[in-house]
Design a protein. Structure first.
Length: 267
């Protein structure tokens, strides 16, 4: 089996979607790439290495297309709004942003808030997941903060279990449910598939709106995508990608950009 020691930004292919992530130390093997189907090329047999957003075999051709090669990412803007109706949508939000004292009118804050409100207005049942310091903030206090920001009642559920009925009961009187802090679970940072499956129990659609955590391999951003029928980027994530692309278009030379983030989102 072909093995890869990732060094920069890599692409993990799973059936019908890609996961982009950054890692330094672990070894992974990869399956075939949809690049070949899209470009009417015959894919090599077996596993092969993919590096910097493209397969090794397609590296040169893709590198010529753009000085900053970013993948196509399916976003909430592209996703049919009607398909959100009555769906269970899990949203990975950025707690350092939404739970901070930042100006609610700031671009980053407003797009993060807009993602949640948009899902609610589309008739989705929204399950919020994130991590925060539980020694300082308990789940009820975090729910109160989010309720105040969103102007929606936010219910809470401390347990993370495969019992879907618990989530259905908690969402009877509201469209927004907050699960307990992911910092309480060591499986989160281990990108544990079993934990991710529990986390996504009953979930139809996964929305990643935590761009700042995309440099990490987490169960709530990577492993969870295996168990959801659709994986898309939220408005804040989409805006962050746009700003990154715009920054790369600058005419000021020379310039240096140290990019620590990578895309943990999905095509």
């Amino acid at each position: 089996m072909t093995q890869l020691i990732p060094s920069q930004t890599h692409l993990l292919h799973s059936p019908n979607k890609f996961t982009f992530y950054h890692h330094h130390h672990r070894k992974f093997s990869f399956n075939s790439c949809n690049y070949y189907k899209k470009n009417n090329k015959k894919a090599p047999k077996g596993n092969f290495v993919v590096n910097k957003f493209e397969s090794f075999h397609a590296h040169q051709a893709l590198a010529e297309e753009s000085p900053l090669l970013l993948p196509h990412v399916q976003t909430l803007t592209m996703f049919p709004k009607d398909d959100l109706l009555s769906k269970f949508v899990m949203l990975r939000f950025d707690s350092t942003l939404l739970l901070s004292n930042a100006n609610l009118r700031s671009p980053s804050m407003s797009t993060a808030i807009l993602t949640i409100k948009y899902l609610c207005q589309a008739g989705a049942k929204v399950i919020l997941v994130s991590d925060w310091n539980t020694k300082v903030l308990d789940i009820e206090f975090v729910a109160d903060i989010l309720s105040s920001i969103l102007q929606y009642e936010v219910a809470t559920l401390k347990s993370i279990s495969p019992d879907i009925q618990l989530r259905i009961e908690a969402l009877k009187n509201t469209n927004v449910l907050l699960l307990d802090s992911l910092s309480l679970f060591k499986e989160e940072v281990a990108n544990c598939s079993t934990f991710a499956e529990l986390l996504s129990s009953g979930v139809d659609i996964f929305v990643n709106d935590s761009f700042s955590l995309s440099r990490k391999i987490l169960a709530s951003t990577v492993a969870v995508t295996r168990f959801c029928s659709a994986n898309i980027a939220g408005f804040h994530f989409e805006e962050s990608i746009h700003l990154l692309k715009e920054a790369a278009k600058t005419d000021r030379k020379p310039y240096i950009a140290i990019v620590l983030l990578c895309l943990a989102c999905y095509c």
